[in-house]
Design a protein around this ligand. Structure first.
Ligand SMILES: [Zn+2]
Length: 779
């Protein structure tokens, strides 16, 4: 195969549309469009809202266009509207996530359905406000496909590779290759090596567009060791003074990391805290299931935890100092304790119940370790309010005296980690998502000043911070490269070998000249392959062979008119006008007037010319027929040639030349008849006399019958006589049976003979009109 670099530049538009999670944290959902492919990234809900309000703005986009939906991780703000998308919208694409994400999604979403159902019944008393049911969830599960880390899957030409993202078990970054342009979507990611997860990786590919989270904006975090120490000493101090500690956590993910920290600390301070002196509880009915999932996927975690698992031959998630509580029914609140409870943002459920119970006591501590979304109770609590509203009765206020602290273990990159990662990825286009407006805006300014020195160079870095519903357009300009296919390949290689041969001869004389200037011209069609995004240059004759899926139609045009002047004159005029004429047939030897063949009977002589390589003009007696393949250029040429033919009679030189021989044999034409296209009957008469009617008729009949076949498929039948060539006596009919209606068309006169339905008659008449246009004038 030979690749040809054309001088054409291809303009390609990349589009990004945020349906959620743009200039906000929550309901993550982004659409990217490129080269006719559409990818959806995440399908979350907004934790601060309920029901339909919590969804991304799905109404803004036609989800039936989406080829594939990639889910980055199992957090609700990234995945919880997936059952809704699959069951309640016109989404038809495929859904991809990692194995652990799928496994955890199953348990988490069951919990989510239960919690929201209870909450909605209580608050709204309207079942329709539920986004989806347990059945929707179960049905959605079958439609999810999985991807392994570091493996690539291809979906309708889109290549998708998953990388570790840190953050939570199963979290993935997706590198998406569409026709050679690479997009990296980080999802939520962490570069910190914690107790159990691999940190986010840097793909070994040149990335053109980076879609990156901006949760922390320009904020930096204290080193992990410092944060861990702060966490354990805060908890230790509180319980020592007889207080209780509430850690609202998301049931899975960071909760396990915090439990690893606490279990280790309790082991180190066994005398003071262990043996049930200060119990640690993990209140979640998912606890046992979580343990199984975490045990199953230990091979996807980091080396530390894998070594621990190998050495002790026990599950590191089987904590010695932590007991599981399915719910609060069996919880005996007798003294200092540590309670990890979900949900993490205290919106409802167990963590909210405990908060309302413990917050009036100043000895107690609420320790927030996750990211708190705007509008949630966790975020509100950080403003240290005097009272908080009761969940069951929002009109009742509960005094808040307990201490509220925040130490983040949210596993999002801080500013320095994000900056380092962004610099290493080195993409020219950066789209910030998953951040509230202020931190996101700050990060944008910081990035722009970081890359200031590249401004107005070809490496300029652009940073986008779109709002939900706003489209980001990124233009790519690339050389259009086509691959030669079929006979064009042979044609070019032959020419190339000749040129190379010639140039090597030249080189012998002049060794300085090493470049081969080719500049070979070829004609073909550019065919865009939507599967691999390659462009092939194919000769028209090869199209059927190499692209059987493509339908090729060549419309042949033919127009006839009577000419009342000598062939010599016609030839002379045309030659004057076009100068590029090939003689295909010349019975009278008109083109060489000196040796004219006088013996040939003039009425039957034929002059056939090919003009400008594209029009065929046949003059047979007084009938001039022009034929050409329809194209814009050919149509214009044909028009100009027809104008010449029509005006020949009125030219003084024509009158002179035609006056001598005015009788044109059999053809009955009035002496002063003007050169206008002749009437159909006349033409039929003529063609019949010339003896080629059958051939022509069959050709036209085939075209018309094909048109009817295309329109009516098997409802149409062409009824041919046994002896096809006896056109004068036999009938040629088209029979249509559409439903209960029948129509008969005389295919010799193109008239409808009978038709039982007016609507059908209208359709046939319209079709006959088209036939007339295409074949005009038909024999
Ligand atoms: Zn997350």
């Amino acid at each position: 195969m030979v690749s040809v670099k054309n001088k054409l530049i291809e303009n390609e538009n990349f589009k990004f549309i945020g349906l959620g999670g743009s200039n906000e944290v929550g309901r993550s959902c982004h659409i990217i469009e490129f080269k006719g492919k559409t990818i959806m990234l995440d399908a979350g809900i907004h934790p601060a809202y309920r029901g339909m309000l919590s969804l991304p703005f799905y109404d803004l986009y036609d989800l039936s266009k989406v080829d594939v939906l990639l889910i980055s991780h199992f957090h609700l703000d990234h995945v919880a509207s997936l059952p809704y998308v699959l069951q309640k919208t016109n989404f038809k694409g495929r859904v991809i996530m990692t194995h652990p994400t799928k496994a955890i999604y199953r348990w988490l979403m069951r919990d989510f359905v239960k919690v929201t159902t209870i909450a909605d019944e209580f608050l709204v008393r309207d079942d329709t406000s539920n986004l989806f049911t347990d059945d929707d969830l179960i049905n959605s599960f079958d439609k999810i496909e999985t991807i392994d880390y570091h493996s690539t899957i291809e979906i309708s030409g889109i290549k998708i590779t998953a990388y570790h993202a840190g953050h939570v078990l199963g979290a993935a970054m997706f590198q998406i290759d569409i026709g050679g342009i690479n997009i990296l979507f980080t999802g939520d990611y962490s570069r910190e090596l914690d107790r159990h997860l691999n940190s986010a990786e840097i793909p070994n590919k040149k990335i053109d567009i980076l879609i990156v989270e901006s949760t922390f904006g320009t904020a930096t975090q204290q080193p992990r060791k410092t944060r861990e120490k702060k966490l354990t000493s805060l908890i230790h101090d509180t319980v020592k003074k007889g207080g209780r500690v509430l850690l609202p956590v998301f049931a899975l993910g960071r909760a396990q990391e915090i439990m690893l920290i606490l279990d280790e600390y309790w082991a180190q301070n066994n005398d003071e805290l262990g043996f049930g002196k200060v119990p640690i509880y993990y209140a979640s009915d998912l606890a046992k299931k979580c343990l199984n999932v975490f045990q199953t996927y230990i091979n996807m975690m980091n080396d530390n935890i894998r070594a621990k698992f190998r050495d002790s031959k026990s599950n590191p998630f089987n904590f010695k100092h932590i007991s599981y509580l399915k719910n609060l029914e069996n919880f005996r609140d007798l003294g200092p304790s540590v309670m990890l409870a979900s949900p993490g943002m205290l919106q409802s459920g167990v963590s909210r119940e405990i908060l309302e119970k413990w917050c009036p006591d100043f000895k107690n501590l609420v320790l927030i370790t996750g990211y708190s979304v705007e509008g949630t109770m966790a975020k509100f609590l950080m403003m240290q309010p005097d009272t908080i509203p009761s969940y069951e009765n929002p009109d009742v206020n509960i005094t808040r005296k307990c201490r509220v602290e925040e130490i983040t273990f949210a596993a999002h990159v801080d500013f320095l980690e994000n900056l380092d990662f962004i610099e290493k990825i080195n993409a020219k286009n950066i789209i910030l998502v998953h951040g509230e407006s202020t931190p996101m805006g700050r990060l944008k300014s910081a990035l722009l000043s970081k890359f200031k020195h590249l401004k107005r160079t070809e490496n300029e870095v652009k940073v986008y911070t779109p709002f939900n519903g706003v489209t980001v357009d990124i233009k790519f300009q690339r050389d259009k490269v086509a691959t030669l296919v079929g006979t064009l390949f042979d044609e070019v290689t032959n020419k190339l070998s000749i040129e190379t041969h010639n140039s090597s001869e030249v080189q012998e004389q002049d060794s300085d000249e090493t470049e081969v200037e080719t500049g070979i011209k070829v004609d073909g069609l550019l065919v865009n392959n939507t599967e691999n995004f390659e462009i092939g240059l194919v000769a028209v004759d090869n199209i059927r062979e190499f692209h059987s899926d493509l339908k090729t139609t060549i419309v042949k045009e033919r127009q006839s008119l009577m000419v009342h002047c000598k062939k010599e004159l016609i030839y002379w005029h045309i030659n004057q006008m076009y100068n590029d004429i090939r003689i295909l047939q010349d019975d009278e030897n008109i083109s060489h007037q000196s040796v004219r063949n006088e013996k040939v009977e003039k009425e039957k002589t034929v002059l056939k010319l090919e003009i400008l390589n594209s029009l065929i003009l046949t003059i047979e007696g007084n009938l001039a027929t022009l034929e050409w393949s329809q194209s814009m250029l050919n149509d214009v040429l044909a028009d100009s040639l027809m104008t010449i033919l029509l005006s020949l009679d009125s030219m003084p030189i024509s009158v002179k030349m035609t006056h001598k021989e005015h009788n044109h044999g059999d053809v009955k034409v009035e002496e002063n008849n003007e050169s206008l296209p002749i009437k159909e009957e006349e033409l039929i008469e003529n063609v019949k006399k010339m003896g080629k009617k059958e051939e022509d008729f069959i050709e036209k009949l085939t075209i018309v019958a094909d048109l009817f076949k295309e329109q009516f498929a098997d409802s149409f039948q062409l009824q041919l006589p046994t002896d096809l060539f006896d056109l004068d006596t036999s009938d040629i009919k088209g029979i249509l049976n559409v439903g209960s209606h029948k129509a008969v068309i005389d295919f010799k006169t193109f008239k409808i003979e009978e038709c039982s339905s007016n609507a059908l008659k209208g359709r046939i008449e319209a079709l006959l009109c088209i036939c007339e246009d295409i074949l005009c004038p038909i024999i």
